[in-house]
Design a protein around this ligand. Structure first.
Ligand SMILES: [Zn+2]
Length: 843
């Protein structure tokens, strides 16, 4: 006990100094005390942190990569004991395409273990914002490139500058062949972790041995020695191996001759200083008795998750349009209608994955770099939509559709592996708008069995008498298509709106009664089946807050300075009909204008809110707030391939598409899902979507805005946000929020067909619905081109057995899931081969 106290005292004294001789002294002192001495290793990791985009364009990043690797190769030639640690398969691809000779030198050093491949991802992405499937693809393309071109894969996950790390990652990392994880953020003052070395565990029980690297992933001119001494002093009581990173970084660079000479000249008593590899450190440190962290690693800059709305929206859209395209391309190619467009889809994924780089998706790059990211998303969306269109049109062309000149055939494709009622909106040409007159409507819609489906005319995108737009909702079978027939009838066809009292302030369906207050916001949501009120206050409230922090939102956990709510200027009943009814409200706040459309559908268990805003508030934030009924709330949100409970502190939290406030007292809750947002907050009975954050581009503390410069802001101008409100009995697992969040982000495709003979029926499912609790998240051709990959996840935290009926391949097979398990199944085209489970990287 005395020894411990004495050591702690000395440790405190030492912490105030950086003199290396004193560090030596402490070791000697401990020796004298009789404690067993052991010689520990300080693993010095030579690396070049390369931001391919940040305060510079990707073209400049490309140059950085060439220069950094050229320099590292020279150092490898000069020093036999030097290792170079590198991540990101994109960088290696760039070198491969522009300098074959340099690439061969890299191959040479990788084969000898002198270049250490880490990360296994395409880039070092933001670790909160990409969806679960994107993380799988980061590794699918990263690890497979490493294996194919460089003969080995990474075992160390490596995202040393990414700002925070979501809680589901350990399972994803393990299933990508990554047993270890190196990160740096959040810093010790941002999140307390008992030790630098820890087991990081996800809710399914998977864990990776992780190390939070001290200080920085890079060294400046003279701080290498200083950092080494400081680290040894701080950790003098642990007396275990440690890792320290060195090399010029951010804009690339890597270890200099001076760095290497400094490391080689370090002569520290009882410490073995060596240039090393990250994996060597972990292999040696790997053991059981290390603290375990069972949560996400947060927070560095909470503002990253809301700043720059366009990039965030484009990421969400690109992910979903690509995942959807893959599903239909898999179906069409398996049906023999087209070759699987693997090359185009991979190219598109590379665009998505590149833009997930931590400073791009976070929105913390310069304005011109962000603009270039948007151009790349354009390429991604074009490739995805071209592939999807070819697939669905080649399938719909084979459907047997009878000749009937009074009928327009519409084929709707459902990309989801579950049965779901969905909204279809479609522009239709060559219909007379007179045919839609209420009460004398001459249009009717029937499903493939001839059952009539309510259909409603809504505002067309065009203003022409022969152009129309229709909306309908219908129940769709899992992953497949159904033919709908739009008839023009010779006699007026009566399709009256349901008898519900509609005013400019009230919307009703069979399920809900929604009331707007004088403020133009929702004041009441009542489920008519139970008579339960879900609000205690207002809903969809647009509030403006002062921000003023830098682009990352450094040093700001929450936005508490409420400047006011947007004020209503007009409320009107916009639509009224058999499918949906809509009230539109307009708002103003200073120079900022907004409108919200509240839509209630007869057949849906959720309400839709479309917000359009022209944001002009500089250095401010806009939230969409809901004050929920009930007490003893639990706040939950979706994260990549999982969900997490959040504290109700009002702090900004990163999440995916849905959030939920559950009243444990009432056993009921209110869930929201949206098409483009990633930042949320919860306080007391309130949950909010942080919809807009308008900060100065690439502004980093401590630089202070001068009040004279005409700065460019990230979120000025017109933005659209779509979200839904889903009231539910029981907790979120008992609701359809996970399915609805999928549907609003990955919408069905509606093809206008013509009459033709065909061999396909008017309704078909490629995969029978998998029961609730298991979701199908990806259907794609395997990377080896010899089979089909199905990816599932268990969503409720229970063990389950499911029989999978994959009618597309005429295969049925049982699967057993453990709680929260992500499962990847490889189904070979060759029926003689067995269906097997593979990793996320398809090995
Ligand atoms: Zn970085």
């Amino acid at each position: 006990m005395t020894l411990v106290l004495w050591s702690v005292d000395l440790y405190i004294v030492l912490n105030k100094q950086t003199d290396f001789a004193v560090a030596d002294a402490i070791q000697t002192a401990l020796d004298k005390s009789g404690e067993p001495m052991k010689k520990n290793t300080l693993h010095m990791i030579g690396n070049a942190h390369i931001d391919p985009v940040w305060l510079w364009s990707w073209q400049e990043g490309y140059g950085e990569v060439k220069a950094s690797f050229a320099s590292a190769l020279d150092r490898l030639d000069e020093y036999d004991d030097f290792y170079f640690t590198a991540s990101s398969s994109q960088f290696f691809e760039w070198i491969e395409e522009c300098d074959k000779e340099m690439f061969n030198r890299i191959k040479h050093y990788v084969s000898r273990g002198r270049i250490e491949l880490t990360g296994g991802f395409f880039v070092e992405p933001d670790m909160n914002l990409p969806c679960g499937e994107s993380f799988a693809r980061q590794a699918l393309l990263g690890q497979r490139y490493f294996k194919e071109k460089l003969g080995t894969t990474a075992r160390v996950g490596y995202n040393i500058d990414s700002f925070g790390h979501n809680a589901a990652m350990p399972q994803i990392l393990k299933k990508c062949g990554l047993d270890y994880y190196a990160c740096m953020r959040p810093a010790p003052e941002e999140m307390l972790i008992e030790d630098r070395l820890f087991w990081w565990q996800s809710p399914d029980g998977s864990r990776v041995l992780s190390y939070r690297i001290p200080y920085e992933y890079r060294t400046f001119e003279n701080n290498l020695k200083e950092n080494s001494h400081r680290l040894l002093e701080e950790d003098s009581q642990r007396r275990e191996d440690l890792m320290l990173f060195f090399g010029v970084g951010n804009h690339g660079g890597g270890p200099t001759i001076k760095n290497i000479e400094e490391v080689k000249s370090m002569d520290i008593k009882d410490v073995h200083v060596k240039m090393s590899r990250v994996q060597d450190y972990f292999d040696k440190a790997n053991r059981e008795n290390i603290p375990t962290v069972k949560k996400d690693l947060q927070y560095h800059g909470r503002g990253c998750y809301s700043v720059h709305s366009p990039i965030k929206r484009l990421n969400r859209q690109s992910e979903n349009r690509l995942i959807r395209a893959e599903k239909f391309c898999t179906a069409a190619s398996q049906l023999g209608l087209m070759p699987y467009p693997a090359e185009d889809l991979t190219r598109a994924w590379k665009g998505v994955l590149f833009n997930q780089f931590h400073d791009i998706l976070a929105g913390t790059s310069t304005e011109s770099a962000c603009n270039e990211a948007e151009h790349l998303y354009g390429e991604v969306l074009s490739l995805a939509d071209r592939a999807a269109n070819r697939a669905v049109q080649s399938i719909s062309w084979k459907i047997d559709i009878e000749q009937d000149t009074t009928m327009k055939p519409l084929v709707v494709f459902n990309p989801h592996g579950f049965n779901q009622t969905m909204i279809i909106e479609r522009e239709i040409s060559d219909l007379n708008n007179e045919d839609f007159n209420p009460g004398t409507q001459r249009i009717c819609l029937k499903d493939s069995f001839g059952h009539e489906i309510p259909v409603q005319k809504i505002q067309s995108e065009a203003t022409l008498s022969w152009q129309s737009r229709i909306v309908f909702t219908a129940p769709f079978n899992s992953f497949g298509y159904e033919l709908f027939k739009l008839y023009s009838c010779p006699e007026p066809h009566v399709m009256e709106a349901p008898e519900n009292p509609l005013t400019t302030r009230t919307l009703c369906s069979d399920r809900f009664s929604i009331t707007l207050g004088e403020s133009g916001y929702i004041s009441s949501i009542i489920d008519k089946r139970t008579n339960r009120e879900f609000l205690n206050g207002q809903g969809a409230l647009l509030s403006i807050y002062k921000d003023g922090s830098d682009t990352w939102g450094h040093d700001k956990d929450s936005y508490t300075e409420h400047l006011g709510d947007m004020q209503v200027t007009q409320i009107k009943l916009l639509e009224e009909g058999p499918v949906r009814s809509t009230i539109k409200a307009d708002f103003v706040f200073g120079e900022t204008k907004a409108s919200q459309e509240y839509r209630v559908y007869q057949n849906l268990d959720y309400v839709e809110v479309k917000t359009k805003i022209n944001f002009q508030e500089k250095g401010r934030v806009m939230k969409i707030r809901y004050q929920c009924a009930g007490e003893n709330h639990k706040a939950l949100m979706e994260i990549p391939y999982g969900f997490i409970e959040r504290e109700r502190t009002g702090n900004e939290e990163p999440g995916q598409a849905w959030i939920d406030m559950f009243s444990t007292r009432d056993n009921s809750g209110l869930a929201l899902a949206n098409d483009s947002k990633y930042a949320y907050s919860f306080i007391d009975n309130e949950m909010a979507i942080t919809a807009v954050r308008n900060a100065v581009f690439a502004h980093h503390k401590p630089t202070v805005l001068d009040g004279k410069t005409d700065y460019a802001y990230t979120d000025t101008g017109i933005q659209e946000i779509s979200h839904i409100i889903l009231p539910h009995e029981g907790d979120f697992r008992e609701s359809s929020i996970m399915q609805v969040a999928q549907v609003i982000n990955q919408s069905p495709i509606c093809v206008i067909e013509t009459y033709h003979k065909g061999t396909y029926p008017q309704k078909m499912s490629f995969l029978q619905s998998v029961e609730k609790g298991i979701m199908v998240r990806a259907v794609k051709n395997s990377e080896d081109g010899l089979g089909i990959i199905l990816r599932f996840m268990e969503t409720d935290g229970r063990e389950r057995e499911r029989e999978i009926d994959f009618s597309l391949m005429e295969r049925e097979f049982p699967l057993v899931f453990s709680p929260y398990e992500i499962k990847t199944i490889y189904i070979p085209f060759d029926r003689k081969e067995e269906i097997r489970e593979v990793t996320l990287t398809e090995y």
